[in-house]
Design a protein around this ligand. Structure first.
Ligand code: MN
Length: 160
């Protein structure tokens, strides 16, 4: 996906969101973040590091709290890795205007390996284990395409 879409939606003379110019440092463990985003509607942005960017989903009701609970997650454009640290206010009139704060963050493990994760993203089914403060244990994201929307996934919490 790359960052083209991310960059095209934002004016960096206006917003303090990262431009994604820094080459991400390769960490020992893959990282994830959940950002609470008070935009026109409150939602939670769930982001998983993969290949130097953040694969991203907007989750209107937030991540599932109970086992087998399903939450709608809409895949959005990849974000630069630096976005994992972003908190602040996106000014009025800009894309995503409102405040962003980190709700949870940590590391995650993919089921299998990273190439399985890449394939899973294409095929619409990924399994991963989160090691956050709030989110811990195995989760899945499963895509369900409707005629009009190819970006809808279900975010599920699984039995450990
Ligand atoms: Mn958002």
């Amino acid at each position: 996906m790359g960052l083209k879409k991310y960059l095209s939606k934002r004016d960096f003379t206006q917003t303090s969101e990262p431009e994604g110019k820094k080459e991400p440092k390769k960490q020992k463990h893959l990282q994830f973040v959940v950002q609470e985003h008070h935009a026109s509607h409150l939602h939670y942005d769930f982001r998983l590091e993969l290949d130097g960017v953040l694969k991203s989903w907007a989750v209107p009701k937030g991540p599932p709290a109970e086992i087998s609970e399903k939450r709608l997650a809409i895949q959005v454009e990849d974000h630069p890795f630096d976005y994992i640290h972003f908190e602040g206010t996106i000014p009025k009139g800009n894309y995503g205007a409102g405040t962003v704060k980190i709700w949870d963050k940590g590391t995650y493990e993919v089921e299998g390996n990273e190439s399985l994760m890449r394939k899973g993203l294409e095929d619409g089914h990924i399994n991963f284990i989160l090691h956050g403060k709030k989110l811990k244990g195995p989760y899945s994201l499963v895509r369900f395409n409707t005629e009009n929307n190819q970006n809808q996934w279900l975010f599920l919490k699984k039995k450990s």
